[in-house]
Write a protein that binds this ligand. Structure first.
Ligand SMILES: Nc1ncnc2c1ncn2[C@@H]1O[C@H](COP(=O)(O)OP(=O)(O)OP(=O)(O)O)[C@@H](O)[C@H]1O
Ligand code: SF4
Ligand SMILES: [Mg+2]
Length: 379
């Protein structure tokens, strides 16, 4: 760790940004208190691409995503809006519209999901892979009670008496922290608060003991207090049912306290992948450094607030050659405009970055410095 005061200050905030952030509640249940991941791989995504033909041209929404998730692991997928986080997960869940052209491999416990029959795929999804959406109202049916919907989730995969399914539903509501679960089974979704609906969604996602839960911005619509409670509940429930989590968020602060590993996406591709601490403390991709600089809690030693990344992500139709981040990157040179860097190993084992100049970040005590005005850093 560096001796420079601003780097130490940054590291202090980065250590648990969710907890340190002013106005944000403490996450009582830290990642180091949950059961560690095993070495057994459950889900592997290899070279996934998703294109959408449109009247304006082909949208290259996902341009080669690969990752693996181990039992009980929490993998954070982070990136700005439109980077392909949801589309890549929807592909895993088989929830993309028919117009989507998908290639690559999605391997669940050694079997290629894209080669399975529709029946096999259905039994996998919702049973072995659960999903939590940002807006529970898109997943909960307003005309059925919470109990009916939870029981139906069981009955669609298992032949058990309805009474049995209902008592599982009650157990799950209790597990996610809904008081008086027996009575609450009879409530309709609109009778629940936003936080309670999200808890009910978690109950729905885990009711069949999945191996993996994909949580797509599960806390974005909630206020910060409820956000922390839901994240905490997710970590607790994960241990209870022994599942892994793919946690999708645009907020790097959220994954700091909750993910073992992080995959940062930009323009449909992973641009940095590694252990969460590696990515936070030894950032090797300017885009990640830019995201770090825009975490609201992060301030420099002088108290000056760091800046969000200037500009916007590129259109995914007819992407020009070169690094898609180059128009926004303070380190861009000619080579960046000519060729797109592959995702490759950096100076640490299992820490990958897609950047021609990652070594420049390695030489800097504080990579977020590149995103401050030149006059402020005296370059
Ligand atoms: N059905 C579709 N047809 C055409 N383009 C689509 C379709 N669905 C998604 N896209 C495009 O794919 C790209 C990736 O979208 P995606 O929803 O995965 O982004 P995201 O990273 O989840 O963003 P957000 O943080 O806003 O949820 C975007 O450019 C989006 O406009
Ligand atoms: S390849 Fe070049 S433009 Fe892209 S992130 Fe690295 S330095 Fe910036
Ligand atoms: Mg999304």
């Amino acid at each position: 760790m560096s001796d420079r005061p601003e780097a130490r200050e940054r590291a202090r905030h980065v250590e648990h940004p969710v907890n340190d952030a002013p106005g944000r509640p403490q996450l009582a249940h830290h990642l180091d208190e949950v059961k560690p991941p095993s070495t057994e791989e459950i889900l592997r995504v290899e070279g996934l691409t998703v294109n959408f033909p449109t009247d304006d041209g082909v949208v290259q929404a996902v341009r080669g995503v690969s990752y693996a998730v181990r039992e009980r692991e929490v993998l954070g997928i982070v990136g700005e809006s439109g980077s392909g986080k949801s589309v890549s997960s929807m592909a895993v869940m088989g929830l993309l519209p028919k117009s989507a052209r998908i290639s690559g491999k999605i391997i669940y416990r050694g079997n290629d999901v894209l080669k399975m029959s529709p029946k096999e795929q259905r039994s996998l999804r919702g049973r072995k892979i659960g999903m939590i959406f940002q807006d529970p109202m898109t997943a909960l049916n307003p005309v059925y009670t919470i109990g009916d919907q939870l029981a139906e989730a069981v009955l669609s995969h298992e032949t058990v008496p309805r009474k049995h399914a209902m008592s599982r539903a009650e157990e799950m509501l209790a597990l996610v922290g809904i008081p008086q679960p027996k009575q609450r089974l009879r409530s309709y979704p609109h009778e629940f608060s936003g936080g309670m609906r999200q808890r009910a969604m978690i109950a729905m996602a885990v009711i069949n003991n999945p191996d993996v839960i994909i949580a797509d911005e599960p806390t974005t619509a909630l206020d910060v207090t409820v956000q922390a409670q839901i994240l905490e509940k997710l970590l607790e429930v994960k241990d209870e049912v022994n599942s892994a989590i793919i946690l999708i968020t645009h907020d790097l602060g959220v994954v700091a306290g909750t993910a073992h590993r992080v995959l940062v996406m930009y323009a449909g591709k992973p641009v940095e992948v590694g252990e969460t601490d590696e990515v936070f403390y030894r950032t090797r991709m300017p885009y990640t450094a830019g995201l770090l600089g825009s975490i609201p809690a992060l301030e420099t030693a002088s108290g000056e607030r760091l800046r969000p990344i200037k500009g916007t992500p590129p259109s995914l139709i007819n992407l020009p050659p070169g690094c898609p981040f180059s128009p926004r990157c303070p380190l861009a040179t000619d080579v960046c405009i000519e060729s797109e860097p592959p995702l490759a190993a950096t100076d640490a084992l299992d820490h990958l970055a897609a950047c021609h100049h990652w070594d420049q970040l390695a030489e800097s005590d504080d990579p977020t410095v590149f995103f401050r005005a030149e006059s402020e850093v005296g370059r």
